[in-house]
Design a protein around this ligand. Structure first.
Ligand SMILES: Cc1cc2nc3c(=O)[nH]c(=O)nc-3n(C[C@H](O)[C@H](O)[C@H](O)COP(=O)(O)O)c2cc1C
Length: 393
């Protein structure tokens, strides 16, 4: 990447040249479908476009779980940049469910003032703010939480230096389910319009869903109709703790081989979810072009999820969507919303690249200077060095 690229990085289409709240004019008849508004059935809430900033851990918050100014600002910039939905990083609902340093928490009322500040700044930009709720389970290190990690069963988590989790007691399961409900209530009190339950990527909800990580013989284990009971109870409890208009969505991995969660489990879970009071399903593909053979057909993950949902719930999809053509493809596969991760780190105003005639967003590597201008603190930039090829030297 040379200096010219850096110079033109945010000039032609950047939020820095436009008023913060200017609507994105999608170009009339040729408007990109991801720029169309969408009205959720619950509360008739309308979101201005189908562009979703996917949850992204950025390690910028304080060790007591309170949000830092840096984390608030980086999310605010994405709301200013035109995302219809801004999802926060994964945030732990239980005090001992923290997965990594710099993660913000939603497990105590002490977190509400920071959450309120963040919710206010997102909604000020006419964007919908969602907090991603999770518990690390077997991936909540003892070195961070001071207690042995817990999970559905005794498991060794990735990066846990050999520490095994212990199986949760019935009381502990009920307590964590309640923690999800209370955390969602805090988010609503702070002014957020909804939450995304993090059932993907191998954290506690996914550990219950997977046959390898959940080897229980009680009502919480066994077939998928038992293994999903933890998730089902969380959805019910979150609903009981929040108002009728509050949005509740679920993020799932389509396949999580290490947990023993296969495509048939995912699709059965999705089907069962359609009978719950959910507002969306978010399939985390990592690559929307990836396909899986199932039931004699070879489809992309998004196509499979859309096939099961049949329009009963809106579908978000994420994974290697970089430009307008990728976003178009995601919608053609059956998604209602387009989620982006890394391109949204480098381009706070990514939805503007969907306007007809716009250039394609720059691709990695990005210089620390570029990333700093995109609102990343040095801590976040350091973290992004772990994502191969993202940051230039
Ligand atoms: C730095 C970083 C942090 C992430 N943190 C989370 C997270 O907290 N929760 C989550 O569900 N996914 C997380 N993801 C996954 C993204 O939400 C997204 O699904 C993934 O990056 C693929 O999308 P992309 O190809 O557009 O980046 C993270 C990804 C990145 C790059």
């Amino acid at each position: 990447m040379n200096c010219r690229d850096v110079e033109c990085y945010d000039a032609p289409v950047g939020i820095f040249l436009l008023g913060k709240n200017d609507a994105i004019d999608g170009g009339g008849a040729n408007m990109h479908p991801a720029l169309a508004s969408f009205t959720f059935a619950r509360g008739s809430r309308t979101v201005k476009n189908r562009c979703v900033l996917a949850a992204m851990t950025n390690k910028q918050s304080h060790s007591d779980g309170t949000l830092s100014d840096e984390e608030i600002r980086w999310l605010e910039m994405r709301a200013e940049g035109g995302f219809g939905i801004v999802t926060t990083a994964a945030s732990n609902v239980s005090e001992y469910g923290k997965g990594w340093e710099g993660e913000f928490g939603v497990w105590s009322d002490q977190h509400v003032p920071g959450l309120t500040e963040l919710a206010t700044r997102i909604s000020k930009n006419e964007s919908i703010g969602l907090v991603q709720l999770f518990h690390g389970g077997m991936r909540a290190p003892e070195g961070i939480n001071g207690v042995q990690p817990v999970s559905a069963s005794e498991n060794g988590g990735r990066g846990m230096n050999g520490t095994l989790s212990r199986a949760m007691s019935e009381e502990e399961i009920e307590a964590v389910i309640l923690d999800f409900g209370k955390a969602a209530a805090r988010c609503e009190r702070a002014g957020f319009e909804g939450v995304e339950l993090h059932g993907a990527h191998g954290y506690l909800i996914a550990q219950f869903l997977g046959a390898e990580t959940n080897r229980r013989t009680d009502k919480w284990g066994g077939g998928i109709d038992n293994r999903w009971r933890f998730l089902q109870s969380i959805i019910t409890t979150v609903r009981e703790h929040t108002g009728p208009d509050f949005l509740v969505g679920l993020r799932l991995s389509p396949v999580l081989a290490s947990a023993g969660f296969e495509i048939n489990d995912a699709l059965e879970t999705v089907e069962m979810c359609t009978s719950m009071e959910l507002d969306f399903i978010h399939v985390s593909c990592w690559d929307i072009d990836e396909r899986v053979e199932y039931d004699g057909h070879n489809n992309t993950y998004t196509e499979w999820f859309a096939h099961v949902l049949k329009g009963r719930l809106p579908l978000f999809t994420t994974g290697m969507i970089w430009n307008a053509a990728d976003a178009q493809k995601a919608i053609e596969q059956g998604a209602d919303f387009v989620g982006v991760g890394r391109v949204g780190i480098a381009h706070p105003d990514w939805p503007r690249y969907l306007v007809e005639g716009s250039k394609s967003p720059d691709t990695p590597p990005f210089s620390p200077k570029q990333l700093s201008r995109a609102g990343l603190s040095s801590t976040f930039i350091k973290y992004m060095r772990a994502w191969e090829g993202f940051v230039s030297d």
